[in-house]
Design a protein around this ligand. Structure first.
Ligand SMILES: *[C@@H]1O[C@H](CO)[C@@H](O)[C@H](O)[C@H]1NC(C)=O
Length: 316
């Protein structure tokens, strides 16, 4: 009883904080204002300048509040990627959980014993929902993806997880807008809650496809979410560059070198990118070094928020 009561008050306090922050952010006149009418399909992080004006204790509350449950979909076939993911970016998730199609002797995971991709994704998301505890954001990725979790948290900081968010790199197929699986899928608690409910309705969201052709799991997910009134949104930075990438940094830089030889890095990728994909295990280690270890001594990035590194970690 007592713990229920205290979590209720915690909820009220957090809710209050949210309103405060939202109204604070809303009251700044930001360059985002003119994109507001498109907000449904394009999501951006708040501007750094807006955040700088927040009092320190509120910033601390904010950074502690955004906590991410990582749903990492693995198979023993991708063991080397799995090990690399385990040793690199997933350490920055507040809770990294591996979901596998079959048991691996080397790695610990929730064994779903399910070869079908779509059925496995459903089981994993059900499991994540049931084990969410007080975590309110979910990030689903494959082990070939490299994610910079702090940048994801920055994108989410002014978003309310009791609203239905479904974000990543959104693509269109006919009438359907869906989030590409390869570059990572973000779901708020509310979106996941609606989804789990729809999973139970076999007419709207069947576990085994009835269509003559196979619908990919990323599209299945979008179809089921759509029944719950949850629509795909594209994560972008202030310049409209995509934050979720289905390609590796190397591939993106190579392309930029041919298309923008005078301005390779700026044209290539967002400085606040959240994912890159299609990486080899060694490229993932290179990323880890570049993102979390290598630093130009004395350089100041003027960031307003600090997301603390995982417990017990030296610097990575
Ligand atoms: C996976 O990560 C955990 C936590 O960082 C670590 O204890 C474990 O040794 C890792 N497993 C492998 C096989 O690298």
């Amino acid at each position: 009883m007592l713990s229920e009561g205290s979590s209720f008050f915690k909820g009220v306090a957090l809710g209050g904080l949210f309103c405060l922050v939202l109204s604070l952010l809303g009251s700044f006149s930001s360059p985002r204002a003119n994109t507001e009418q498109h907000l449904h399909h394009h999501v951006m992080a708040p501007s750094n300048k807006d955040l700088q004006d927040l009092p320190e204790d509120q910033m601390l509350e904010l950074t502690n509040k955004v906590r991410v449950y990582c749903v990492i979909m693995v198979t023993p076939k991708l063991l080397l990627h799995w090990v690399a993911t385990n040793n690199t970016w997933s350490k920055h998730c507040d809770r990294p959980v591996y979901y596998t199609s079959e048991t691996s002797k080397v790695m610990e995971a929730v064994d779903l014993q399910e070869p079908d991709e779509w059925a496995r994704m459903r089981k994993a998301l059900n499991h994540a929902y049931e084990n969410a505890g007080d975590l309110r954001w979910f990030f689903m990725a494959r082990p070939t993806t490299f994610a910079i979790v702090e940048n994801l948290k920055y994108l989410l900081i002014d978003k309310d997880p009791s609203q239905p968010f479904y974000m990543g790199h959104s693509l269109k197929s006919g009438e359907l807008e869906y989030v590409e699986y390869e570059s990572g899928v973000v779901l708020s608690y509310e979106a996941l809650q609606r989804l789990v409910k729809i999973f139970k309705d076999d007419d709207m969201c069947p576990e085994r496809g009835r269509a003559l052709w196979k619908v990919s799991e990323e599209m299945q997910l979008a179809i089921c979410l759509k029944y719950g009134g949850v629509f795909a949104e594209n994560g972008e930075d202030a310049n409209g560059k995509g934050l979720f990438n289905s390609r590796s940094v190397q591939a993106m830089i190579s392309e930029s070198m041919t298309q923008n030889p005078g301005n390779v890095l700026e044209a290539c990728c967002s400085d606040l990118a959240i994912t890159f994909s299609g990486m080899s295990p060694s490229q993932m280690q290179v990323m880890m070094f570049g993102v979390y270890r290598l630093r130009p001594y004395g350089h100041d990035f003027h960031d307003s928020l600090v997301f603390l590194p995982p417990k017990g970690s030296d610097n990575d």
